[in-house]
Design a protein around this ligand. Structure first.
Ligand SMILES: *Cc1c(COP(=O)(O)O)cnc(C)c1O
Ligand code: SF4
Length: 330
């Protein structure tokens, strides 16, 4: 089994190379220096291998290929570079405490894949690199607030940490007695399933806390036999597996695709959790699905699936005490 760090190091970082690998004319890639490329292309090979060759509209490619429309000024209301107002809630480096009982810890900077729709594309990660001191201060913050019962490891992607560092962090959180749950939000194992190592599994199976992992899969084509194998193993060691997706035009705004995603996840021991309406991030309006279409899609999957395979359709509204359910009348 190839090491995930090696696979990550071998990722595509150049649009022309990725397109040529997929047998797509390379003139479809943006030229170096294009303003969209301030958020550069980054695509691990296992994810590229799940794309359909010669198809510029492949739903996986569409999530990661920089295109010119990212730089067009948005003509839809509400688009901004920090739509969630996280610059205000980010009260100390490495911690976002927005919801009652749960804190989000920015455990690692960077990701294994750069998703073009990402609301963190404008986020200032340089300020959120957790030094030893800051990690200590984040842990002190959690220790000092007994109302915190769940710590969510996020980022960037927390699985960018090496297993030893991650195990240390999990152990430190596990020692805080009022914390009952540790949750990891990650997309890394989706794009590099080899990231689900035995060491990670060990770290998660030796805690007092109950642990969950929330994956971020948007399309059934992202899931392979290797995902099935690794996820089933992780679940057998007691980790609850959930998935969140973002509803994206041209990627998964389709009843058949969404239903298949839920069903496929379930075969791998993963339950659908959230389906997010996209955040209004400047540069991402070509993924926008309007409320009416979102409602129709949602009613469609509800009709086809058992209730436990229907994710909650939500959006994040700054200042709200929880992710706001999309009103679906019917
Ligand atoms: C989404 C989010 C959470 C977790 O919310 P849940 O509804 O518990 O999944 C916690 N903190 C922040 C800042 C979030 O954005
Ligand atoms: S992995 Fe998650 S945080 Fe990273 S770019 Fe993709 S959506 Fe954003």
């Amino acid at each position: 089994m190839q090491d995930w760090r090696q696979i990550l190091a071998d990722s595509f970082r150049n649009g022309e190379r990725l397109l040529s690998y997929l047998d797509i004319p390379v003139d479809k890639a943006l030229k170096a220096g294009h303003p969209a490329l301030t958020f550069p292309l980054l695509v691990p090979r296992p994810f590229a291998d799940q794309m359909v060759r010669s198809d510029l509209n492949d739903p996986l490619l569409r999530q990661v290929l920089p295109i010119a429309s990212e730089t067009y000024a948005s003509d839809l209301p509400g688009y901004s570079i920090d739509p969630l107002g996280e610059r205000q809630t980010n009260i100390r480096p490495g911690i976002i405490h927005k919801y009652q009982g749960r804190v989000l810890m920015l455990a690692a900077t960077g990701c294994a894949v750069n998703c073009r729709y990402c609301f963190r594309r404008h986020f200032d990660y340089a300020d959120n690199r957790l030094s030893r001191e800051e990690r200590k201060s984040a842990l002190d913050y959690i220790r000092a607030d007994a109302s915190i019962s769940e710590v969510i490891l996020s980022g960037g992607d927390p699985l960018m940490l090496q297993d030893t560092a991650l195990a240390e962090l999990i152990e430190a959180i596990d020692e805080i007695s009022h914390v009952r749950r540790i949750r990891i939000h990650t997309r890394l194992p989706v794009v590099i399933p080899q990231r689900l190592t035995p060491e990670l599994q060990t770290a998660l199976s030796h805690t007092r806390t109950d642990n969950a992992m929330v994956l971020h899969v948007n399309h059934p084509n992202e899931l392979t036999a290797l995902h099935a194998e690794r996820l089933r193993e992780l679940r057998s060691s007691g980790v609850t597996l959930l998935n969140q997706s973002v509803l994206l035009k041209g990627v998964n705004d389709d009843i058949v695709i969404l239903a298949e995603l839920s069903e496929k996840l379930f075969t791998m021991g993963v339950l659908p959790y959230y389906l997010h309406l996209p955040d209004k991030v400047e540069g991402t309006q070509h993924y926008f699905v309007d409320d009416k279409d979102a409602t129709a899609l949602y009613l469609g999957i509800r009709e086809q699936l058992p209730g436990y395979l229907v994710p909650q359709l939500v959006r994040e509204v700054p200042g709200d005490p929880y992710k706001r359910p999309h009103p679906v009348l019917a």
